[in-house]
Design a protein. Structure first.
Length: 232
């Protein structure tokens, strides 16, 4: 069963000064897979990501999670589910500059899960090791380059052991070897955690790193295929 399903979704929103829309889109996303959704400006790729992540509600149609429609969920229900079962890595890391790396991960985890301080520390060290940032646990956020801040944001997304992780504009998060390293990390993550990973990108250059690729244009799916990912 698909862990996430956008069923006949139509929506229009202004995101980052650009109008994005979806036109009767139906797409399912299964667990333990890395899905890359790409397209140019106005394609609808990031609007789809926000709808799947329950950050927006469709104008019509529905988002279905493991067989359950979210159509009648309240805003509070969406927020509670999103914070407990979804992880997000946005183009802007959205980290707290007054907290160090470990605190940026441990504090929201502690609040969300009611874990003990010891459990929060253990899980924080686990995900920092997973993303290759253990040595930066006590570092100030502002002392880190952007690529490292994105790794911390990914660790924060993974600390709750989410059902799904959403990565916005992955080709803007890192460059060259850093980007390949990030894609390799996501491939390891979807295998080890069994979570559904949905990443968006502007260009198709990265499709061979994904289990599944979806090309969008003007709010519609123009191609949906399985490239036989290099990291499958």
């Amino acid at each position: 069963m698909d862990s996430l399903l956008a069923r006949n979704v139509t929506c229009s929103r202004v995101l980052g000064g650009e109008t994005e829309r979806l036109d009767a889109v139906t797409l399912g996303f299964e667990p333990a897979s890395l899905h890359l959704v790409f397209g140019g400006p106005g394609s609808g790729r990031n609007l789809l990501l926000r709808l799947l992540g329950l950050l927006e509600r469709p104008d019509s149609g529905e988002i279905v999670i493991t067989g359950e429609s979210t159509r009648d969920w309240t805003d509070a229900q969406c927020a509670a589910f999103r914070s407990r079962y979804f992880g997000f890595v946005f183009e802007a890391p959205l980290l707290l500059p007054s907290f160090n790396v470990a605190e940026n991960i441990a504090t929201p985890f502690f609040k969300l899960t009611e874990a003990t301080p010891e459990q929060a520390r253990e899980e924080t060290h686990r995900v920092l090791h997973h993303v290759g940032m253990s040595e930066y646990a006590e570092s100030a956020i502002e002392a880190l380059p952007l690529w490292a801040q994105q790794r911390v944001a990914l660790a924060r997304a993974l600390v709750i052991r989410p059902q799904a992780v959403f990565v916005e504009n992955i080709d803007s998060l890192a460059r060259d070897g850093e980007l390949i390293s990030l894609l390799e990390l996501l491939a390891v993550t979807r295998r080890s955690l069994g979570c559904c990973i949905v990443a968006t990108a502007a260009a198709r250059d990265l499709v061979h790193f994904a289990n599944r690729a979806v090309e969008m244009a003007a709010g519609r799916v123009v191609r949906d295929w399985r490239p036989g990912g290099l990291l499958s």
